[in-house]
Design a protein around this ligand. Structure first.
Ligand code: ZN
Length: 191
């Protein structure tokens, strides 16, 4: 799939929202990726996940891990295609943690998957969870890289869609100046 075809898929499914958004970073933007809207269709989750699984096909991977909630569908789909174990980390008191009996053994080779990356905060945190458990992070797969490749995880990484969304400091935001109310989308903070 070309970048334009992928972008069209996001627009068609309502996964690329336009409006006035308050981002987790505190900045404002006129665009927001609600990745779940495209991933709710298994066919599209499969096609987008394939970009990640094809890239990592020849890597030595034992396990795929994702940060909850947004990353879970991506991790599960990529793990299914690679026929590997799929686990996720979830926030307990704000900190990403392995629960539900999930564990990573010493030397386990782990691929981290996420839906949307802006600053990479959750991915870096999951990478720490893996390392602290004695595992080895072999790569990172994302559906949308909003940093347009600027976030570097220090391991092989691939994203289905690279894009740069224009963001504004609240005091400089032209949408605020027009008096349009800002909305806070997304799922971070949910448990
Ligand atoms: Zn604003």
């Amino acid at each position: 799939m070309t970048q334009q075809e992928i972008l069209d898929l996001f627009i068609e499914t309502g996964a690329l929202l336009e409006g006035h958004f308050l981002l987790t970073s505190g900045k404002h933007s006129n665009k927001y990726f609600q990745c779940a809207k495209v991933l709710q269709y298994p066919e599209y989750a499969g096609k987008l996940g394939e970009i990640i699984s094809v890239f990592f096909k020849h890597y030595d991977i034992d396990t795929v891990i994702a940060p909850a909630v947004g990353g879970i569908v991506v991790g599960q789909e990529v793990a299914r295609q690679l026929n590997k174990k799929s686990i996720f980390a979830e926030r307990v008191n704000g900190k990403l943690t392995l629960r539900r009996g999930f564990e990573i053994n010493g030397g386990e080779k782990v691929l981290v998957c996420e839906d949307v990356v802006t600053t990479g905060g959750s991915v870096f945190e999951v990478m720490e969870v893996v390392k602290n458990s004695g595992g080895e992070v072999v790569g990172v797969g994302m559906i949308v890289d909003r940093s347009n490749g600027k976030v570097d995880f220090g391991v092989p990484q691939i994203s289905a869609l690279q894009t740069e969304v224009v963001t504004y400091e609240p005091e400089e935001c032209p949408l605020c100046k027009e008096g349009i109310p800002a909305v806070k989308p997304g799922s971070r903070g949910l448990t």
